[in-house]
Design a protein. Structure first.
Length: 387
């Protein structure tokens, strides 16, 4: 999963840096040819196992392409039928699912934690904390304390149902005072395990069932699933994730336990789907929620929270909204940008959405060390926007 340092060095910087190269990529008459050339150039330069890209408009997926192979050293080409692991880009889906429940009158942005987690002993220090504080990574949660190395060692063998495992994380978090600085940005996957547990309490269903019924099915995201994908949308072979770099890259069988993080981390980052379906998801953020979310809910999800950042990694406040990094003013975008990177250390995903420009951009690779490839692809694709 992404940690704070890697998050800040990837999604936010790629979004801002992309605007610096507009002049370097002149607009061509045949946009498809331009996008194909950009994908070719980035793939040749960065050399991932496979690299897929897409451009989304308010009308839908305007262009998509893929290069490379399903497994390093093999000759089976990756295709647009393949499913890709999205890692921490799942977080925006979990936050939006909670927003969907608010729209339905089943959830409340201001619900006290005691109402969200009845029966859980909650330290008084959490009294003023709202669910959105966890979604913005500003509640004072630290992964080192809420999860720790023992969780990753033991969670895969935990026989309890996933909602029970997630509730145990919630009990560990809320049973004592925040171990981080409340109001300061501290990226933590445990925040979204807690949000997922709240969704489970509200719906009476595992998070996986709730997101399937309330998000994937209504939006027609038929390729969506959880964990390392084992087959493509046609039922055939799929790309595998890879660890390592260069000649040391190793393909990881999706059927093995080490192919993904423990499933209890689901709300923070286990979703996979095809590029086509991921484009359909991103289109919501170009169309005021696309009828699936109320426009005011979408606005809440995409507005970053204010607060001091006292961490060592950056001197500026981190503009994190609900599942998105959301810098409010990016010149090339004509306004705000939504961006996020995701990785389970075997795959890498980058998404950038520019609502005012009516465009979103996707970069996906089956290589954990794939940040250079997806970031370069973002720069190339964004550079083809008309100034």
């Amino acid at each position: 999963m992404l940690n704070r340092r890697r998050l800040l060095a990837s999604g936010l910087n790629s979004a801002l840096a992309a605007g610096l190269c507009l002049a370097a990529w002149p607009v061509v008459a045949d946009e498809t040819a331009g996008y194909e050339a950009a994908l070719d150039a980035v793939f040749a330069e960065t050399g991932p196992v496979a690299l897929a890209g897409g451009v989304v408009t308010r009308q839908g997926l305007a262009w998509s392409g893929v290069r490379g192979v399903r497994r390093a050293g093999g000759d089976d080409p990756a295709t647009l039928d393949d499913r890709w692991h999205l890692g921490s880009n799942t977080k925006a889906m979990t936050a939006a699912l909670y927003g969907r429940l608010v729209d339905q009158g089943r959830a409340d942005w201001d619900a006290p934690l005691g109402d969200l987690f009845p029966g859980v002993v909650i330290d008084p220090a959490w009294a003023a904390t709202k669910i959105a504080d966890f979604m913005r990574h500003r509640a004072g949660v630290k992964d080192a304390d809420a999860l720790g190395p023992v969780f990753f060692i033991t969670a895969r063998g935990d026989p309890r149902p996933l909602p029970e495992q997630r509730r145990a994380v919630v009990e560990r978090i809320l049973g004592g005072p925040p171990t981080g600085t409340r109001g300061a940005f501290e990226y933590a996957n445990a925040n979204y395990i807690l949000v997922g547990a709240a969704i489970e309490r509200i719906t009476g269903q595992p998070w996986e069932t709730a997101i399937q019924s309330e998000l994937f099915t209504p939006l027609g995201l038929t390729s969506a699933g959880f964990g390392a994908p084992r087959s493509n949308t046609a039922g055939g072979a799929n790309v595998w994730g890879h660890r390592g770099e260069g000649e040391a890259r190793v393909a990881v069988d999706p059927a093995t336990p080490g192919a993904d993080n423990p499933m209890a981390l689901g709300p923070a980052g286990t979703v996979h789907m095809s590029l086509v379906d991921y484009a359909a998801w991103l289109r919501l953020f170009l169309t005021d929620g696309g009828g699936w979310l109320a426009p005011e809910t979408l606005a809440r999800l995409t507005t970053s929270g204010a607060g001091p950042d006292t961490g060592p990694d950056t001197g500026a406040d981190t503009p994190y909204a609900l599942g998105w990094i959301a810098p409010p003013q990016v010149p090339w975008a004509g306004g705000s940008v939504l961006t996020h990177d995701g990785s389970n250390t075997l795959w890498y995903a980058t998404a950038i959405v520019a609502p005012a420009r009516g465009a979103a951009f996707i970069g996906l690779t089956n290589q954990g060390q794939g940040q250079a490839a997806t970031t370069a692809l973002m720069r190339a694709l964004i550079g083809r926007l008309e100034a």
